[in-house]
Design a protein around this ligand. Sequence first.
Ligand SMILES: [Zn+2]
Length: 153
Amino acid sequence: MVVTRPGTESGSDVDILDRLDGVKRTGKDRWIARCPSHKDRSPSLSVCALADGRILIHCFAGCPAMDVLEAIGLTMSDLFPKPLGNHFRPIRSRIPAADALATLDHESLVVTVIGADFLKQKQIDEPTWARLAQATNRINKTRAICAPPLVKR
Ligand SMILES: [Zn+2]
């Protein structure tokens, strides 16, 4: 089973559901499956395909999204319609507003996901802290390009 993202080419489909066990459809663009990141006897991983092409995953037992993805050989960028690398151009060049928004959208979701785990006092491992630092760095760079400070320091 493949999550078909609305409004994208079929080539950009991610076979996230193929990589999960015990997948059951629970509604339009929604599934539940056994979480690959913990010993999951009754399915506790929610998978949801959003209209804008993003895929949301959530383990109700509390596994961080990155751990769930790692367990099935995927990364955060696989949850988004465009590869992460396409969003970035060299700093100081003007970037299309759509790319800037996509970057801010993606990186703020990364911050939100990690932040939510942190607030739930989940263990945050070293690669996740590094990814958080990368996300804040990318947000700052994008903001510096799109909304330069009025007063230079
Ligand atoms: Zn889990």
